[in-house]
Design a binder for this molecule. Structure first.
Ligand code: FAD
Length: 481
């Protein structure tokens, strides 16, 4: 089985291929440590990279639910941020490493259990990210026209499970709840000129919907003030620079904060100064066709239905005041409320991880796998990295650092004997046999490369970097053709 799966790799050079095949076969069935990683996103690949580099006898297998790798780099990062996606090159190098093997199309927890993986490998690293979204817990959340940012982002980025979302952009005003970078990504996609988006890897069905969009105004609402805003300066600057789009801020929000400026850490100071400058230069200018703006000190109370009782027509917000100052300031309701008219609400208040398997500890309150610096609590041989380890915050670089930390912890446990390497483990051979029994066929990395090539070919034909497949069955048809 292993030979067959390795043979699927296309040899660039026969000699190289034969020697790499021989090395892979001997290491995969040899006595060296075997580790498997659950999740083929940044955390998974960075953990694998560190482990492979640290020991030249280590075999690392990556199991990924989808037939395609790279997690949120493919399905989260905004299509107009192609430079961020360059990390894919590093992940590809890791996946092509002779002691690494990628098993796409394998849903851990359904197709194979964590317990089975633990039996087959010396260690298992959970790097399966945060696949759900936090709900607002207000009435009206289920109305038509209310979406989570996770689903909306998944829709324009081609996540198969969000293919059918159908957000009708036939309204003028969209309210986004949350003021992090994801909220600004969504706002930017809603307001960007189509000509800019057409050159990105945004899906064609999203482009078609955006082409018919009537959205002219996006309000980005946060429960705290300008000094607590969660986005970064790059994303705010991109909003300010959007063509034919004015910033619509409320000068009163910035009146009392100049005093605090001098004590702020440099990144926050620069961000606040940029927002203050924007208020000064842009307030009163309404010549642009479109607008966006932050609305501070507001929390959702209720999504308001229109006359049909089915579609959103507005949102009721609690007006807050701040208690305390700086990053720790708390939003406290004043008892006043405010209604905003809008035809669409997108809640961007955070992603959250889900439990994957009953045998894996899970903390439902913080929605992470409880761990001590990457070692899963009370479960020897089980580790975690990325968003499932520390919660759904931080950029790819943060995820890289924490994945390296987990890998270091695992290596330390191998060196100290805490992980018993004296027993030979079957690794991927055993799991491949189990999957076969269950009728599950994995997608290898060379098979993903076939999907990749086909997506790039389809994109090139229409002047885009790629046109993604939206259906798992279409991905599989190309992978196995
Ligand atoms: P993920 O990227 O989610 O990867 C987890 C992987 O596990 C996925 O491939 C998933 O399919 C797989 N998986 C899930 N369940 C299973 C299972 N049961 N079995 C097998 N596999 C499974 N960072 C930046 O630096 N720049 C940006 O511009 C940027 N933009 C972002 C935009 C959005 C909308 C979001 C949400 C995040 C953005 N980030 C950005 C942050 C960055 O994407 C994360 O830091 C990073 O992706 C977290 O990596 P992860 O591997 O923990 O999770």
């Amino acid at each position: 089985l292993l030979l067959c799966s390795v043979m699927k790799r296309v040899p660039r050079d026969r000699t190289l291929f034969v020697s790499s095949l021989a090395r892979r076969l001997s290491s995969a069935s040899g006595p060296g440590p075997k580790v498997c990683i659950v999740g083929g996103g940044p955390a998974g690949f960075y953990t694998a990279q560190h482990l492979l580099k640290a020991r030249d006898d280590m075999v690392v297998d990556v199991y990924e639910r989808l037939p395609v790798p790279f997690g949120l780099v493919r399905f989260g990062v905004a299509p107009d941020h192609p430079e961020v996606k360059n990390v894919i090159n590093t992940f590809t190098q890791t996946a092509q490493h002779e002691r690494c093997y990628f098993y796409g199309n394998v849903n851990v927890g359904t197709d194979v259990s964590v317990e089975e993986l633990r039996k087959a490998y010396h260690a298992v690293v959970l790097s399966y990210g945060a696949e759900a979204n936090r709900s607002m817990r207000v009435s009206g959340e289920g109305l038509a026209g209310v979406f989570s940012a996770r689903d909306f982002v998944g829709w324009y980025n081609g996540l198969p499970s969000n293919k059918e979302l159908q957000p009708h952009l036939n309204c003028e005003t969209v309210v986004i709840l949350g003021q992090g970078n994801v909220a600004l990504d969504v706002a930017r996609i809603l307001l960007s000129p189509l000509d800019l988006l057409k050159k990105t890897d945004i899906t064609q069905h999203a482009l078609d919907t955006l082409a018919a969009s009537r959205v002219r105004r996006v309000l980005i609402v946060g429960r705290r003030g300008p000094l607590q805003i969660a986005c970064t300066i790059k994303e705010v600057r991109e909003m300010i620079n959007l063509p034919d789009t004015a910033a619509d801020m409320l000068p009163a929000d910035f009146e009392s904060i100049s005093e605090a400026l001098k004590d702020l850490p440099r990144p926050r100071k620069r961000l606040t100064e940029l927002m203050m400058k924007t208020v000064k230069t842009e307030s009163g200018q309404h010549k642009a066709n479109k607008s966006w703006g932050f609305r501070f000190l507001r929390s959702p109370l209720e999504v308001l239905p229109g006359p049909d009782g089915k579609r959103v027509a507005g949102i009721r917000l609690a007006v807050n005041k701040l208690e305390g100052s700086g990053e720790d300031a708390k939003a406290v309701p004043t008892g006043q409320t405010e209604d905003l008219e809008c035809g669409m609400v997108i809640s961007s208040i955070g992603y959250k991880s889900l439990p994957i398997d009953p045998c894996v500890p899970f903390d439902p309150r913080s929605a992470i796998v409880p761990n001590n610096m990457g070692r899963v609590k009370d479960t020897a041989g089980l580790y975690c990295s990325g968003w499932v380890k520390r919660g759904p915050t931080g950029v790819i670089a943060t995820t890289m650092n924490d994945s390296f930390d987990t890998a270091r912890m695992l290596l330390k446990d191998m060196d100290s004997g805490m992980l018993n390497l004296s027993v030979n483990k079957p690794g991927g051979q055993e799991i491949t046999a189990l999957l076969k029994e269950r009728g599950v066929r994995a997608v290898s990395f060379p098979e993903w490369e076939k999907i990749n090539l086909e997506e790039v070919r389809r994109g090139t034909a229409v002047g885009k970097p790629r046109e993604k497949f939206l259906d798992v069955k279409d991905m599989l048809a190309v992978a196995w053709s």
